[in-house]
Design a protein around this ligand. Structure first.
Ligand code: C2E
Ligand code: MG
Ligand code: MG
Length: 599
């Protein structure tokens, strides 16, 4: 029971609910009004406001009230309720609280009532929240307790929904960020007290964005719900699984036996999320990258443990996705790492530290290699090769992307000339052009100068632009593309399929090739809707007389499908991974000698 210091409970009398009586408000005689009229007005106001009025006789313990009070309790309005009826409706869990408030009232003549409690209505048993306030009054003869009761169910429910929404993620029903942090803080406090350990798994889905982009958020949401269920199935009951937002989840494992425990949980999660997801007729594939941090080894507070797990997750992604990784204190924070990559990149640009790998592109009719895509690599500090996913964003944000692009073009030119001189059959080489590089006013000049310098035959150079790069400023792009094709260079639209270019728009674009986005190629035979996009790109290519290249081919089935459906060229791990220049040369020579031996 809460006691308020200043509720202004109006002085009313409800003897038998009919007869007005003279009542004087005990503590505020100055507010006294003409008896009778004020009461009638009050009754009308109470009815209009749906207020229950009541009057408790301390001598008998009886309660009398207006019709609204009876209605609030689900009692017949025409029959004055008895105290026992009102008490009987009080929710069993609140009864003790209500009774002790009434006992206190009886004992203390100066006390006031301000109480929220639940009832189960007499008529339909429904649960309602009521709020009663009241105070002592004296009518000169006897002291009575009077007050009002209001149904506050709607606002209670709204309050509850708000509380739940702020604590639970409405999509998956898992604890949201706030609740997760609250739980984890308790776990940490307990681990500190009992000197036990704990583990935190930071889970980020791989390839979730393409699902949202391709199939819409409705499908994405259903996938997230299924992911949440699988996560819960992979952990013990005492572990906590929550959603941080987007496609990021956290699992907190209190007192694991050793570090193998979290590793096994991570492995189970990876296996479970590898299984296809079914939404309607769609079959979708995902994977997860997981970072693990351990308490107390990697941090003593929640923030540092979460940061450590997040960073380990980032490195797991960088290491090729679909894997877990423990935090290693020797790993730098991401800002430092970005700075490190930038330094590496600058050094590489100054000292020829970049490399190009070449992924064979095969003609689907003849099965022969007709060209390659040049893919840039950066030598890491430990002699490892960093993938463009890691350093291209740094190149873009640091403005080094144009220098990098220039280097790639000139290196491709030099290499092509070397290969021709060594007698290799002429191969078309595709070069990826970053949006920033393409937007430069001097890009066409740069391209032409680079070709002049290396002496490469422009007919064998192809540039790849992402569909989105062209869509950014269509008239500018068309003007540049016309110039580029005048040089004799071919143009391909890379990762084509999700930009929803219309046939009308495409026919106005001076391009030669469409490269079907890997996401759609890899869905062939797995997911009908994505496969339909691959089919549409093939049909578009046919009707606009553009070559279509399937990339990311990993299986014989997909290869056969593309072959049967009129795809012209293909590249993918099924044929070969990207190769160093020397390896690609060897690949071509072997193919050449094999072809000669067959004839
Ligand atoms: P992209 O142009 O779509 O290149 C294809 C990517 O798919 C390459 O990744 C390639 O190694 C990978 N790939 C090829 N076959 C398969 C397969 O069967 N399965 C799978 N899962 N992947 C396959 P990479 O080399 O990591 O390049 C990633 C992206 O980086 C490229 O995507 C391209 O957008 C960009 N990039 C690469 N080199 C350059 C460059 O020299 N300049 C610019 N601006 N961007 C580049
Ligand atoms: Mg490409
Ligand atoms: Mg591509």
């Amino acid at each position: 029971m809460r006691e308020h210091s200043d509720p202004h409970i109006p002085a009313i009398s409800t003897p038998g609910l009919n007869e007005p009586a003279e009542i004087e408000e005990e503590q505020e005689p100055a507010r006294r009004e003409v008896p009778g009229r004020s009461e009638a007005t009050l009754r009308l106001a109470a009815t209009a406001a749906n207020l229950g009025l009541w009057d408790l006789d301390p001598a008998t313990g009886e309660i009398s009230g207006n019709a609204i009070l009876s209605r609030l309790y689900g009692l017949p309005a025409e029959r004055p309720g008895r105290a026992a009826d009102f008490h009987a409706a009080v929710h069993p869990e609140d009864r003790g609280r209500v009774e002790s408030a009434l006992v206190k009232l009886r004992k203390d003549p100066g006390s006031r009532l301000d109480l929220e409690f639940r009832i189960l209505r007499h008529d339909d048993g429904s649960l309602r929240w009521l709020h009663s306030t009241g105070s002592w009054v004296s009518d000169g003869r006897a002291r009575r307790f009077i007050g009002i009761t209001l149904d506050i169910t709607d606002s209670k429910l709204a309050e509850q929904r708000l509380r739940e929404a702020s604590q639970h993620d409405p999509l998956t029903g898992l604890p949201g960020r706030g609740l997760l942090f609250e739980y984890c803080s308790h776990l940490l406090a307990m681990a500190r007290r009992t000197r036990s350990n704990g583990a935190m798994l930071f889970i980020d889905l791989d390839r979730f964005k393409p699902i949202n982009d391709t199939h819409g958020h409705g499908v994405g949401d259903q996938v997230l719900q299924q992911v949440a269920k699988r996560l819960v199935n992979c952990v013990r009951e005492e572990d906590i699984t929550g959603r941080l937002g987007g496609d990021e989840f956290v699992v907190a494992i209190p007192h694991p036996d050793d570090c193998y425990g979290p590793a096994i949980v991570a492995q189970n999660i990876i296996r479970s999320l590898e299984q296809p997801f079914h939404v309607g007729n769609l079959q979708l594939h995902l994977s997860a990258s997981i970072g693990i941090s351990l308490y107390p080894r990697h941090g003593s507070d929640l923030d540092s443990l979460l940061k450590a797990a997040d960073h380990a997750m980032y490195l797991a992604k960088e290491g090729g996705r679909n894997r877990y990784r423990f935090f290693n204190p020797l790993d730098d924070g991401s800002d430092e790492r970005e700075a490190q990559v930038e330094t590496l990149l600058r050094q590489a640009l100054d000292n020829e530290g970049l490399q190009l790998h070449y992924q064979p592109i095969v003609d689907l009719q003849t099965g022969m290699t007709v060209g390659a895509e040049a893919l840039v690599r950066l030598q890491g500090a430990q002699g490892d090769l960093l993938s463009p996913d890691v350093f291209l964003p740094v190149a873009e944000s640091s403005g080094l992307i144009n220098r990098l692009g220039e280097w790639v073009l000139s290196e491709v030119g030099r290499q092509h000339v070397r290969w021709r001189q060594s007698g290799l059959p002429p191969m078309a080489i595709s070069v990826n052009i970053a949006p920033q590089q393409f937007r430069q006013r001097s890009f066409v000049t740069q391209l032409s100068e680079s070709l002049d310098k290396s002496g490469m035959d422009p007919a064998f150079l192809e540039i790849e632009l992402k569909e989105s790069t062209v869509l950014e400023d269509v008239p500018e792009a068309i003007a540049a593309l016309v110039q580029i094709r005048k040089l004799g260079v071919q143009v391909a639209l890379d990762d084509f399929g999700s930009g929803f270019s219309s046939i009308g728009f495409l026919s106005s674009l001076p391009v030669d090739k469409l490269k079907i986005d890997q996401v759609f190629v890899q869905s062939i035979g797995r997911d009908r809707q994505s496969q339909a996009i691959a089919d549409t790109v093939l049909a578009l290519g046919r009707s606009l007389k553009l070559k279509v290249v399937g990339e990311g081919i990993e299986s014989a089935d997909v290869f056969a499908y593309l072959q049967d459906h009129g795809c012209n060229q293909a590249q993918g791990y099924y044929f070969s991974e990207p190769l160093s220049a020397a390896e690609f040369e060897q690949w071509c020579r072997q193919e050449q000698s094999h072809a000669q031996s067959v004839h």
